[in-house]
Design a protein around this ligand. Sequence first.
Ligand code: PAD
Ligand code: ZN
Length: 375
Amino acid sequence: MTTAGKVIKCKAAVLWEINQPLSIEEIEVAAPKANEVRIKIAATGICRSDDHVISGTLTYKLPVILGHEAAGIVESIGEGVTSVKPGDKVIPLFNPQCKKCNVCKHPNGNLCTSNDLTCNTGTLKDGTSRFTCRGKTIHHFLGISTFSEYTVVDEVSVVKIDSSSPLEKVCLVGCGFSTGYGSAVKVAKVTPGSTCVVFGLGGVGLSTIIGCKSAGASRIIGVDINKDKFAKAKEVGATECISPLDYKKPIQDVLVEMTNDGIDFSFEVIGNLETMTAALLSCNKAFGVCVIVGVPPNVSNLSINPMLLLTGRTWKGAIFGGFKSKDEVPKLVSDILAKKFKLDPLITHASTLDKINEGFDMLRSGKSIRTVLTL
Ligand code: PAD
Ligand code: ZN
């Protein structure tokens, strides 16, 4: 019996209020309208950005179904959809690519104007939601909401991937892996023989290290206050790891001394204003490039002396590793199928939607890198 055109009842994790556990609920998912796609989610990772919404660090419309790092199979499509069909394996794109806006047409930028990170509508592009629960409308998160057995997305927010893809692994291409890897190879443009430092050794930071290594960096220093993260960082390519807690002087001074003034590329992959400043100060004053990857707390500002940039440093940042998502995600998946990179070290735990709150607890306590939920 086909479900196309009908409302689907299924399980989802709903955030009703900030600082509350997610609630596993039965929800109704409406059929896709024109230019929309309904997806059966197969696997979804837990990323720190979801937790930023739970903790209120990142403000978003509530109630909401979070989740933005996933892979699934198309269940049905609305009128006018041409790029995917039912049965296709796909990755939902939290940073869409419409290919029509000024950013999509520009060779460099990737923050498509239909993204919902900066617009914060909590709906699909037509301004409405496809989710209801206990008679209430539930918001979409970044246009994709993957902590649900079924979700509806705009066609600009989904891309087909190779039919042989293992969905419980390639879901990480939907956020963490691509963000970290792209921050190194695409945003910073790490060069062979260079020295890099990565602040924060979670799933995104480790992926940044993978990117630095594949770009040929000869020295990659990992920085984290949790030393339990060091072994894995070295496994994926860090040449040494240090904790700021082991030093009396500021970590940037330690790094400058360690590298004889010469850090070429620094990355902040935590989302903390202090480490953002440390990352900037640790890169070489004349040619260093510092990339902000971590999502900073809402409504906070950094004050820096412009002299730090006048001397020649470059300070930049990007969402989703600077990748234009529809173009690049299928290629990254193919690279993974071709064994160019291994995602296995990043996936420390496998679980199910019912246990999603335990998955968040493990991320908060630093026990997990990525927990992948299969649905
Ligand atoms: P995570 O929580 O798994 O990793 C963060 C790491 O930072 C942990 O290992 C912590 O121990 C470490 N840490 C915390 N505080 C400090 C400190 N003061 N000094 C040194 N180390 C510290 O998170 P994640 O890897 O899932 O995500 C990292 C950040 O990247 C987070 O802010 C997330 O929101 C952001 C992100 N950005 C994008 C994007 O598109 N730019 C995408 C996905 C995630
Ligand atoms: Zn993420």
